[in-house]
Design a protein around this ligand. Structure first.
Ligand code: HQG
Length: 186
């Protein structure tokens, strides 16, 4: 397995399915690095603690976080398993962005952005990230979220350790498609 494959398997275990390697996360999503390594080896992925540390340090989006003493690891966002990362509400920028696929837009503009299998709707502070996130699902389109207005109306915003903006849902009245001209310029 190359580092990308290991990283994807780590994401799967730490976000969605720890049981695939016989593991359990603590309520804040942490697990001992040694337990993760042992579990991955049991699941047939031969790797060492040093491999995990290299992958954590090199990760493009800094998905993984180590505890200050380096003993435990978790992912910073994106879980579907029950965890509480104890995010504190923070003041969002005026506008945030959500990238999705064109085929979802009609449904999103009717019922709003929903968190689906994750704990939150994921938003970004820049368009380019939103374009990349959207293109994971198909032809990418970027929606603007009137974040300051949402906050003023009582919605809470959180930011993960790796900079992803999170909120529980975005009702349609705060959403607008970003202008075509702007989308093609990113
Ligand atoms: C869509 C990656 C129809 C939503 C990225 C999205 C991100 C609706 C999909 C992180 C809808 C859910 C999360 C509605 C939402 N009708 N479609 N009412 N409401 N949707 O993967 O935001 O690489 O769960 O637009 O960088 O794409 O994994 O969420 O297309 O930060 O670290 O339902 O995943 O991070 O898809 O991506 P996802 P997402 P990592």
């Amino acid at each position: 397995m190359n580092d990308t494959q290991i990283s994807k398997f780590m994401s799967l275990l730490l976000r969605h399915a720890p049981e695939k390697a016989g593991l359990r996360l603590d309520p804040q999503g942490w697990i001992a690095v040694d337990d993760l390594v042992a579990g991955m080896n049991r699941a047939g992925r031969a790797l060492s603690r040093a491999d995990v540390e290299r992958i954590v340090a090199a990760n493009d989006k800094q998905r993984f976080a180590l505890s200050p003493d380096g003993a435990r690891i978790r992912v910073s966002q994106g879980h579907s398993v029950e965890v509480n990362l104890a995010y504190r509400p923070v003041e969002p920028p005026e506008v945030l962005f959500h990238g999705t696929a064109t085929r979802f837009v009609e449904s999103i503009m009717a019922s709003g952005l929903e968190r689906r299998s994750r704990h939150h709707v994921h938003l970004s502070a820049d368009r380019a990230t939103a374009v990349a996130v959207g293109s994971r699902h198909g032809k990418s389109v970027v929606l603007e979220v009137a974040a300051t207005r949402m906050k003023a109306d009582g919605h809470q915003f959180f930011q993960s350790a790796n900079g992803v903006w999170l909120t529980e849902r975005v009702p349609p009245e705060y959403l607008s498609p970003a202008a075509e001209r702007e989308q093609s310029s990113v």
